[in-house]
Design a protein around this ligand. Structure first.
Ligand SMILES: [Zn+2]
Length: 117
């Protein structure tokens, strides 16, 4: 199987920055403490991308993961982000679709506020 960009619907989900992801967690009262062992440091898997305009300041994006269902289907809920506990190894996953649509709604709200000034 070859990578076919047209079939990949997760594109926008791979452009969520770590900062935005933490904003989502914070505003939705999600704890970044491990739910299993209470360890305070949950690690977000990050992917760094360097832009040509600013090669010394890589932007960190939340790594996008994809479930591979037994029957290969392309569905928005196949995509997710992950918090990882370094102490007990527990992984917490978040629907990329949910995070992305929340952030999109936030951005729309923010731009509406700007227009009202
Ligand atoms: Zn843990």
């Amino acid at each position: 199987m070859t990578t076919n960009e047209k079939e990949f619907k997760g594109g926008p989900y791979s452009r969520v920055t770590t900062e935005d992801f933490f904003k989502f967690l914070d505003k939705n009262s999600v704890t970044t403490n491990c739910v299993m062992c209470g360890n305070g440091v949950a690690i977000v898997s990050e992917t760094s991308k360097v832009s040509l305009a600013n090669p010394h300041q890589p932007i960190t994006y939340v790594t996008l993961f994809k479930h591979e269902p037994v029957i290969p289907t392309e569905h928005v809920l196949n995509y997710y982000y992950m918090l990882h506990c370094e102490k007990c190894g527990f992984n917490t996953t978040f629907s990329a679709h949910r995070v992305h649509s929340w952030l999109t709604a936030q951005q729309m709200e923010e731009s509406t506020e700007d227009k009202n000034e």
